[in-house]
Design a protein around this ligand. Sequence first.
Ligand SMILES: Nc1ncnc2c1ncn2[C@@H]1O[C@H](COP(=O)(O)OP(=O)(O)OP(=O)(O)O)[C@@H](O)[C@H]1O
Ligand SMILES: [Mg+2]
Length: 317
Amino acid sequence: MADPQYLLEVKNLRQYFTSGWGRNKLTVKAVEDVSFGVRPAETFGLVGESGCGKTTTGRTIIRLYTPTSGEMYFDGRDIAGPMTNELRKYLTDNIAMIFQDPIESLNPRMTIEEIVSEGLRVRGMTDKNELRRRVYDSLNKVGLTEEHATRYPHEFSGGQRQRIGIARAMIIHPRMVIADEPVSALDVSIQAQVINLLNDLKQEMGLTVLFIAHNLSVVKYFSDRIGVMYYGRLVEVARGDDLYNNPLHPYTRALLSAIPEPNPITERTRQRIDYDPQKDHDYSTEQPAMMEFGPDHYVYCSPSELERFQREYGQPG
Ligand SMILES: Nc1ncnc2c1ncn2[C@@H]1O[C@H](COP(=O)(O)OP(=O)(O)OP(=O)(O)O)[C@@H](O)[C@H]1O
Ligand SMILES: [Mg+2]
């Protein structure tokens, strides 16, 4: 059953990749028992180091993969079931993806107008004037102009290319955007501009955003809630401010300690924390599970770890 408070809900999602056969069979548990929900008009940040399963989670939601097991709902509708033309259309109408690499994801032989209008053309829109109007509208939304429409991707900077990628995603008026590391390939100075743009679009269009990043500094300022992933599992889910003020899981603490500080004095004394699952947990007698620490704050831990967190931070109200 879908929880009505969420626009997107993922429950106990598993995504395994298997290669080889017989004795050489190898299974990668890219996503292992992941559950979270994204509320309408919310930005949910999904964070974790390279290879922890963020992209796989995003690609499974838009059904580039068939989930190994688990449930997924969008606006109450089951999106984990058998793939049909109707479900494919439902997903592409509602969820758009923005990719990390604005260079690789744009066809170099297509004009910006062709690239941005593609989503409408594949939906059968043929009226040239209407297509052009929608392209201009979408370009304006991302801070580009009509003169850009006849040019080719190589004529643009990295930041502008990412704007083109966003215009392409926005033209179908999706209800949700999955942005997979949309600023990782950009210069730091350009990152903030693209993040601000996404934020503006979110306010203007009431968009719901799943924002994937490998470190917390990028999602810190604009995620309503954040899920921290480690080796395929979500280890902590909390409101952004709770995660920064009360990080519970040792991996979350390690990620936070890795954020450079703008202040050179505190930066010099900043201590990096390493996360070592063998040392940091004793799961020999107690099994960990996702536990509720407080309202909207969940942590993957054992019962005695939860007790310790509650002693350290006091019972949240
Ligand atoms: N199509 C695939 N076939 C087999 N293994 C895969 C496939 N896609 C991903 N994996 C494996 O699944 C794990 C998770 O990969 P994924 O790309 O989801 O990580 P990520 O968190 O997005 O990492 P990054 O920050 O580097 O983008 C990795 O071990 C990866 O090698
Ligand atoms: Mg990735």
